[in-house]
Design a protein around this ligand. Structure first.
Ligand SMILES: Nc1ncnc2c1ncn2[C@@H]1O[C@H](COP(=O)(O)OP(=O)(O)OP(=O)(O)O)[C@@H](O)[C@H]1O
Length: 478
C-alpha cells in the first residue's frame, strides 16, 4: 500500500465524501489511538501532526493480531499489588473496578515510583480513581496527621471526590484501622472543621482553595506531613483569576515541591509543553515531573456524537423541547450561559430561570427538572445533586458550574442551549456524558446555535478534532 498523508488539524477541511472525514474516526476502535503503533505512525512523519496511513494500516493488523493478548492484560489488582493495601483492592473489586482504564494502566506504575505526575486524559477516563489508589498506597492510618490533600475548584466536585474516597476507605472485614477523609469545602462550617483538624487530623483532606488557604493562614494546620498534593482540574485552578494567587501560594509558600509528591489532573491542559516547563521553572513540581498524556491526538471521547440545530434566538426554547421529545434522553444536562453583569444590572431574569419556567410548563416527559447554578445557596446546590443521585431520570439545567469533574454516569445527552465560551469549556461540558468506561453506548451532544455561531462551533470542531452533524427537525415539531 502506498503511503498517504492525512493532515490532522485540518480535518474539517476534508470533504464529507472523503474516506478521511472525521466521522471515519468514530468507527475506529479507541484502543488504536493509544497503541504503540499509532504513536509510531505519528512519529514516523517528520511533522508530528501528520499520520502516515501505511503505518495506520499496519496498526490495524497489529490490533487484530493482538486482540488475543487482551485476555492477558493486567488487572487493576495486578498493577496495584504490593503498593495498595489488600482491603482497598478488595473494595475496588467489590465496587466492580476490575480492569484498569488507559490512564490507570499508564499512570499508576509511575505514581508508585514517587515521581510527580501530570495526569492528562479524556473526561470520564478514571483520573480520580488513579490518584486515589496512589494516595491509599502511601497513607499510614496509624499516623495522626494529614497525609494527602486533594484540591478541587468547586464544592460540588469536592463532595464527589470525598464520596469516592470514603467509599474506598469504608470499613471492611479486614482487621485494619480505617482512614478518615475530611471535606473542607467552601460553604461548610469552618469552625467545626478547625476543631476536627486540630483534635483528630484526617489522613485525607479534600479541599477547595479558599477554605484550605484560610486554614493554613490561620495556622490551624500545616502541610509538613503531606506526602502527596493533588490538584484536580489543574488548568481551571490556574486560569481562574480568583484562585490562581492562592494556588501558587499553596504550591510554593505553604509547602515545597521537594518535600511532597505533586499530582496534577485534568482532561485539558492547554499548551501542555509550556505548562510542564512552568511547573519546573516555578517549582510547582520537581524537575523530573512526568506528563502522562493519554489520547493525545483525540481529546474528545469517541462515544460522543455531536449534532447541531440551527434556530433563531426567539425559538430556542421550542427547539430544545422538540429535541427532548425526539431524542427522549434517559438523563440530560442542559448548559446555559452565565448571566452577564449588564443583564443583571438592568434587572433581567437569568436565562436559567426563564428556561426552568418554560420547561416546568411545557415539558411533559417523565424526567425530573432540576437547577444548578453558582448563584444558588450551597444548600440548594447540594439538594439538586442529592436528588439526582437518588436515582430516576433528570433534566439538569446548569451553568458551567456542572461542567468540570461532575460524574453522573446516567447522563445520555448534553444540550448546549448556549454555546460555551471556549473549546476547552466545550470539551468539559460534552464530557459530562459518556462516562462509563468500557461501554459501547453512544451519547449525544446537541448544540442549539444561531447561523452566526456556526463558525464558532466549527472552530471547536477543528481544535478538538471532532465533527458535528447538522440535524434538521421536521417543521411541525418546532
Ligand atoms: N477501572 C474502572 N473500571 C470501571 N469504571 C471505572 C474505572 N475507573 C473509573 N471508573 C468510573 O468511570 C467514571 C469516570 O471516572 P472519573 O470521574 O474519575 O473520570 P475523570 O477522568 O476524573 O473525568 P473528568 O475529567 O471529567 O473529571 C466514574 O463513574 C468511575 O466510577
Amino acid at each position: 500500500m502506498a503511503s498517504q498523508l492525512l493532515f490532522v488539524p485540518h480535518l474539517a477541511l476534508i470533504p464529507k465524501a472523503s474516506p478521511f472525514h472525521p466521522s471515519l474516526f468514530s468507527t475506529i476502535n479507541p484502543s488504536f489511538f493509544h497503541s504503540t503503533s499509532a504513536k509510531r505512525a505519528l512519529k514516523s512523519s517528520s511533522d508530528s501532526r501528520i499520520i502516515n496511513l501505511k503505518a495506520v494500516a499496519d496498526t490495524f493488523s497489529e490490533i487484530e493480531s493482538n486482540s488475543a493478548n487482551e485476555t492477558t492484560a493486567l488487572t487493576l489488582r495486578e498493577i496495584c499489588q504490593g503498593f495498595v493495601p489488600e482491603h482497598i483492592l478488595h473494595r475496588i473489586e467489590e465496587i466492580g473496578f476490575v480492569l484498569p482504564t488507559e490512564i490507570q494502566k499508564e499512570a499508576l506504575p509511575t505514581l508508585f515510583t514517587g515521581r510527580d505526575c501530570i495526569l492528562h486524559a479524556q473526561t470520564g477516563s478514571g483520573k480520580t480513581l488513579t490518584y486515589l489508589l496512589h494516595i491509599f498506597s502511601l497513607i499510614n492510618p496509624q499516623r495522626s496527621s494529614v497525609q494527602a490533600v486533594i484540591v478541587v475548584p468547586t464544592r460540588e466536585l469536592g463532595m464527589q471526590v470525598t464520596k469516592v474516597a470514603r467509599m474506598l476507605a469504608a470499613k471492611s472485614d479486614f482487621d485494619v484501622k480505617g482512614c478518615t477523609v475530611m471535606a473542607l469545602l467552601d460553604g461548610g462550617t469552618l469552625r467545626r472543621h478547625k476543631s476536627w483538624l486540630k483534635a483528630e487530623p484526617p489522613a485525607i483532606l479534600v479541599a477547595t482553595v479558599a477554605s484550605l488557604c484560610h486554614m493554613l493562614e490561620k495556622h490551624i494546620f500545616r502541610l509538613d506531613s503531606v506526602r502527596v498534593l493533588v490538584l484536580d482540574e489543574v488548568d481551571f485552578l490556574f486560569y481562574s483569576s480568583k484562585q490562581v494567587g492562592s494556588v501558587r501560594k499553596l504550591l510554593t509558600s505553604f509547602s515545597s515541591c521537594d518535600k511532597r509528591q505533586t499530582v496534577f489532573a485534568s482532561a485539558s491542559i492547554p499548551q501542555h509543553k509550556h505548562f510542564v516547563h512552568d511547573c519546573i521553572q516555578q517549582k510547582w513540581t520537581k524537575r523530573d515531573v512526568v506528563h502522562v498524556h493519554v489520547s493525545a491526538i483525540m481529546p474528545m471521547p469517541l462515544c460522543l456524537l455531536h449534532r447541531f440545530v440551527m434556530c433563531q434566538k426567539t425559538n430556542k426554547h421550542q427547539m430544545l423541547l422538540a429535541l427532548l421529545e425526539s431524542d427522549a434522553p434517559e438523563s440530560a444536562i442542559i448548559f446555559v450561559g452565565e448571566q452577564s453583569e449588564k443583564s443583571k444590572k438592568v434587572g433581567n431574569d437569568p436565562s436559567t430561570t426563564l428556561l426552568m419556567e418554560f420547561l416546568k410548563t411545557s415539558y411533559n416527559g417523565s424526567l425530573e427538572i432540576l437547577l444548578l447554578e453558582g448563584d444558588m445557596n450551597f444548600n440548594s446546590r447540594a439538594a439538586s445533586l442529592t436528588e439526582i443521585r437518588q436515582g430516576g431520570g433528570f433534566l439538569l439545567v446548569s451553568t458551567d458550574i456542572a461542567a468540570r469533574g461532575i460524574d453522573l454516569p446516567e447522563t445520555t445527552h448534553i444540550f448546549n442551549f448556549d454555546l460555551p465560551q471556549t473549546a476547552t469549556d466545550y470539551l468539559h461540558r460534552a464530557g459530562r456524558a459518556g462516562r462509563i468506561p468500557f461501554s459501547d453506548k453512544k451519547c449525544i451532544v446537541a448544540n442549539l446555535i444561531m447561523s452566526e455561531e456556526r463558525f464558532v462551533l466549527q472552530r471547536y470542531e477543528n481544535e478538538l478534532m471532532f465533527s458535528c452533524e447538522e440535524l434538521i427537525l421536521e417543521k411541525e415539531k418546532v
